[in-house]
Design a protein around this ligand. Structure first.
Ligand code: TYM
Length: 336
């Protein structure tokens, strides 16, 4: 079976972009791939997280994985910091990646822009991401478009390591959907929908109430004119809303245009709010069921055990190739 790996940061809000661009797609892989889906808490702490809130955010992300239909019988779901090989391989890979290539990462440039100080972890973030992926010999990495450059970097690091130290890592491929890979802010269609948006009207959170969703859709910015047509160049705001409508209903762009021919933005937005609510409500219901079921900690513990077994073999291989010491064999490590 081929392997799939992906991760989501437990940094507070999970939004519609995370769901439609990534988490919902994870379920498409679970029948055909050996899947590893990680809650990447070590990535989250590259910006300050309140230690009192982080454990809840980790659980929340895992519960949304389950509520979105990931089946722990089929996939390995685990928390990154429960698997020490990630941080260890990350350091080794930092030593084969360069300052120059990390400086070119657009996510780093965006997140550090205008800040006087930021953590060095923010800078080395993509190397940890490469370690995540390479530790599982992943063939595919389902992600949204904003992660494409990071997966490219991961491929480059893997190839460089292989050519310097001998064949060690599988070189993975990003799997990015044709539509919905970059949902835009509801307040600014030139920016991606993001949890770090200071204006909550820009994103729909998976925990928003029906009223909040209806309000955010109603207040979403639109373009000039009044036709509902998919034209990302001329009408980026409406194109974004049509994309959301399409992903929530499965209807194609032309069908949506036909459905709203002769109607205005207000009619379209009203129906859009309904279909978003219909998409999110069942997830919220399942979230509540799983939260009350008490199964989360055993799921994550079993996931961490499996992840530890697989990743420690790959780490051992990489350490051997680099000539590092193997006296404390990582395959002997047990999860505490
Ligand atoms: P994170 O937590 O920022 O986002 C999780 C996933 O959601 C996708 N995404 C979007 N998709 C469509 N439209 C949007 N507006 C949007 N915003 C976010 C992201 O592309 C991502 O797939 N670095 C990763 C986490 C990570 C990871 C990994 C992913 C760590 N290690 C290894 C894959 C493999 C991140 O920041 O995700």
């Amino acid at each position: 079976m081929k392997r799939a790996f992906s991760g989501v940061q437990p940094s507070g809000v999970l939004h519609l972009g995370n769901y439609l661009g990534a988490i919902r797609r994870f379920t498409d892989f679970q029948d055909e791939y050996d899947c590893y889906f990680c809650i990447v808490d070590l990535h989250a702490i590259t910006v300050y997280q309140d230690p009192k809130e982080l454990p809840k955010q980790i659980d929340d992300t895992a519960l949304y994985y389950l509520a979105s239909g990931l089946d722990p019988e089929k996939v390995t779901m685990f928390v990154q910091s429960d698997v020490p090989c990630h941080a260890e391989l990350s350091w080794m890979l930092e030593c084969v990646s360069t300052f120059g290539e990390l400086s070119r990462m657009t996510q780093f440039k965006d997140k550090s822009k205008g800040k006087e100080s930021f953590s060095s972890g923010l800078f080395t973030y993509p190397v940890l991401m490469a370690a995540d992926i390479l530790l599982y010999d992943a063939d595919v990495v389902p992600v949204g478009e904003d992660q494409k450059q990071h997966v490219e970097l991961c491929r480059n690091i893997a190839e460089r390591f292989n050519s310097r130290y001998g064949e060690t890592f599988k070189v993975p491929e990003a799997v990015i959907p044709e539509f919905g890979a970059r949902l835009k802010s509801l307040q600014d269609p030139l920016k991606k929908m993001s949890k770090s948006d200071p204006n909550p009207l820009g994103y729909i959170s998976l925990s928003d109430s029906k009223d909040e969703i209806a309000n955010k859709v109603r207040r979403a910015v639109t373009d000039s004119g009044r036709e509902i047509v998919y034209s990302p160049e001329d009408k980026p705001a409406i194109a974004n809303l049509i994309t959301i409508y399409s992903l929530c209903t499965g209807l194609g762009f032309t069908e949506i245009e036909q459905r709203f021919a002769g109607k205005g933005y207000a009619d379209f937005k009203k129906e859009l709010a309904d279909v978003v609510i219909e998409t999110i409500t069942p997830i919220q219901e399942k979230y509540a069921e799983y939260a009350g079921s008490g199964m989360l900690s055993s799921t994550l513990k079993e996931g961490a055990e499996r992840a530890n077994q697989v990743s420690s073999q790959v780490l051992k291989r990489a350490k051997q190739r680099m000539g590092l010491s193997l006296l404390a064999d990582p395959t002997e490590r047990k999860l505490l």
